[in-house]
Design a protein around this ligand. Structure first.
Ligand code: PMP
Length: 310
């Protein structure tokens, strides 16, 4: 049976592909492409907000920088200036006539084909699609996390600081296993034995009125929501310490919070068998309320962090 190119997610009609804007259905990549066969691509996921009839993009510069770092780390050699990147995204938002909150997925891939996972001299290009953000995890519900038996790959295996397509098999296996066991997501441990992050989000921990996050050298992605959360806490005169996070510390913490583009900030109410004390939610509540203001353009930091689509 011939499978039709269908869009299962609420993806908008127009995409950026091969240096131009075209319809989703017309952007096709060959079956044998190295990016498809071996996951040789890097991507970024960015949030867009529709506020009072105007579209905004959250922390565009930081996403661009992490995207370009990933391009460099992987040796893809794509050259795209910040102005050009913004221009592509703005044109696409306008072409898609977006009038709701949205999500942007930009990625770098190669249409080249090789039987072996080879990339030397391949030509890589930037593509972008956008979609409606449909599901939002209820922030009051709280997440149940399982410390995963799927170990987070190390930075010497695949960069933990670049969002490499193929590396997400690791996230997928961990989160799938957690969900099949009745949890919402996986808490992943790095090869050095420390807890580093969830499948697609970073973590913040609170214990005895001090706030912590895992050392970047223990394997988590340098999350832009995490960085923003730290800046929001600093803005409220709260310091965040970087630590190597042990299982015991996680089980006995007062609060755990997850941060990421997909789900924003979420509180955690259970890690494995350990229930957290949900009465102690001060840092989560502060972050949640501050982010709600930021995302609706009602915070001093909104001016800095929301780029107006023009
Ligand atoms: N860790 C991983 C592995 C991720 O994929 C993501 C999502 N990009 C995050 C953390 C959170 O990063 P950000 O806040 O930039 O979305």
């Amino acid at each position: 049976m011939k499978s039709k190119l269908t869009r299962q997610e609420p993806i908008y009609d127009y995409v950026y592909f091969d240096n131009e804007i075209c319809r989703y259905e017309d952007a096709q990549i060959g079956l044998a492409s190295t990016s498809l066969q071996y996951g040789f691509n890097v991507f970024c996921g960015i949030r867009g907000y529709h506020i009072n009839g105007q579209n905004y993009i959250f922390r565009l510069k930081q996403h661009y920088q992490r995207f370009m770092d990933a391009n460099k780390i992987m040796g893809f050699g794509v050259e795209i200036t910040y102005d050009k990147f913004c221009n592509v995204l703005f044109e696409l938002v306008k072409k898609n006539q977006i009038v709701e909150d949205f999500y942007i997925r930009a990625f770098i891939f190669t249409p080249n084909t090789h039987l072996a996972p080879k990339q030397h001299k391949d030509v890589y290009q930037v593509s972008v699609y956008m979609q409606k953000l449909s599901s939002k995890f209820d922030p009051q519900k709280g997440q149940k996390l399982q410390i995963s038996s799927f170990v987070k790959y190390s930075d010497n295996a695949i960069s933990t600081k670049a969002k490499v397509g193929g590396s997400y098999v690791n996230s997928l296996l961990a989160s799938q296993n957690a969900k099949l066991s009745g949890f919402d997501d996986a808490l992943m441990v790095s090869e050095n034995g420390y807890i580093c992050e969830c499948s697609i989000s970073n973590i913040i921990i609170v214990k005895n009125n001090e706030v912590f996050t895992p050392n970047l050298s223990d394997g988590p992605l340098g999350g832009i929501t995490l960085r923003s959360a730290i800046e929001v806490l600093n803005y409220n005169n709260i310091n965040v310490n970087y630590i190597s996070l042990t299982r015991s510390f996680a089980y006995s913490c007062d609060e755990m919070i997850t941060t990421g583009t997909a789900l924003g900030v979420q509180k955690v109410n259970q890690i494995d068998h350990c229930e957290l004390n949900l009465q102690k939610n001060e840092i989560f509540t502060l972050l949640y309320n501050e982010f709600e203001k930021i995302f609706s353009n009602q915070h001093e930091l909104s001016k800095k962090w929301l780029s107006k689509v023009v």
